[in-house]
Design a protein around this ligand. Structure first.
Ligand SMILES: NC(=O)c1ccc[n+]([C@@H]2O[C@H](COP(=O)([O-])OP(=O)(O)OC[C@H]3O[C@@H](n4cnc5c(N)ncnc54)[C@H](OP(=O)(O)O)[C@@H]3O)[C@@H](O)[C@H]2O)c1
Length: 263
């Protein structure tokens, strides 16, 4: 029986991924900063899988030492964590100079630093057992700079580059530990667009818009086949073929279209 820790597991993509693990009989550990949201998510999941054990921890992952606290809680709650899903994250939209500095710094903390620190904590345990999987939720925003989402895209750039390099290091040493980097396009059916005041941004009805069902399907196919880098969504995979042939200026024109506000 697998034990799976999902940050931000109680909503959106985290809940969809958790539900799929629950279907396979996994025990879940969720970390999020909103106690009511954790309860709501647990109720929702148990309607589908009443027998699933879901341990929850209220923790703001932007705080210093958050990863160490999550690790201490997890290791005192369950025997081992087989899968860590670094999913919690948020975004924003608008020119850098208009953004609240503290919110942007919190975003860098959550999307990049907390992911790094949690990876380091659980990687040590997994390496000692020579087994385990770390799933890093990145984004198609990580593939190029994105004006109007500059900081968010940069945090996801870190996630993709760091995680793919780590995955290769583990492969080079023949490790039994896997790091899987998942890059979805804009997901239409999670709270993300509302929470981050992005509801009218074109990308949620854009070139490669996807759904939690499609992203979850792509992730579980990758877990079953040993794939380490997942460009999720068939429309985005098709666009990936074009990327090498697109000059930067053309790419920026496409990005401008995707980040425009619908009238
Ligand atoms: N939606 C998209 O278009 C899209 C596209 C590509 C990648 N992604 C990535 O997918 C991941 C999940 O996003 P989503 O779309 O499912 O959005 P979401 O529903 O808003 O999920 C974000 C999760 O992160 C948690 N969280 C936020 N701030 C936190 C903090 N300070 N400490 C602990 N937990 C915190 C939230 O918990 P609470 O509910 O308790 O606040 C929530 O569970 C993110 O990493 C996002 O960047 C999303």
């Amino acid at each position: 029986m697998q034990t799976v820790l999902v940050t931000g597991g109680s909503s959106g993509l985290g809940l969809a991924i958790s539900t799929r693990f629950a279907q396979q009989g996994a025990t879940l550990l969720w970390v999020s900063h909103d106690a009511e949201e954790l309860e709501r998510g647990r109720d929702q999941l148990r309607q589908l899988h009443p027998d699933t054990t879901v341990h929850t921890l209220v923790q703001d992952l932007t705080e210093a030492q958050a990863a160490e606290q999550v690790h201490a809680w997890a290791t005192s709650t369950v025997e081992r964590v087989d899968v860590l899903v670094n999913n919690a994250g948020f975004g924003n939209h608008g020119p850098v100079h208009t953004q609240d500095v503290q919110r942007e710094i919190a975003m860098i903390h959550l999307n990049a630093i907390a992911l790094y620190a949690l990876t380091r904590c659980f990687l040590s345990d997994m390496r000692a057992r020579d087994a385990g999987t770390i799933v890093q939720i990145s984004s198609n925003s990580s593939f190029q700079p994105i004006p109007l989402m500059a900081t968010y895209a940069a945090t996801k750039g870190f996630v993709t580059q760091f995680s793919r390099a780590l995955s290769e290091e583990l492969r080079m040493e023949g490790s039994g530990v896997a790091v899987v980097t998942l890059c979805p396009a804009a997901i239409a059916d999670t709270p993300f667009r509302k929470v981050n005041d992005m509801d009218r941004v074109q990308t949620f009805d854009g070139l490669a818009t996807t759904t939690t069902a499609e992203v979850t399907r792509d992730l579980f196919r990758a877990l079953a086949t040993g794939q380490r880098f997942v460009v999720s969504g068939w429309r985005q995979r098709a666009l990936m073929w074009l990327r090498p042939f697109l000059p930067h200026r053309v790419m920026m024109m496409l990005v401008r279209r995707e980040t425009a506000i619908r009238g």
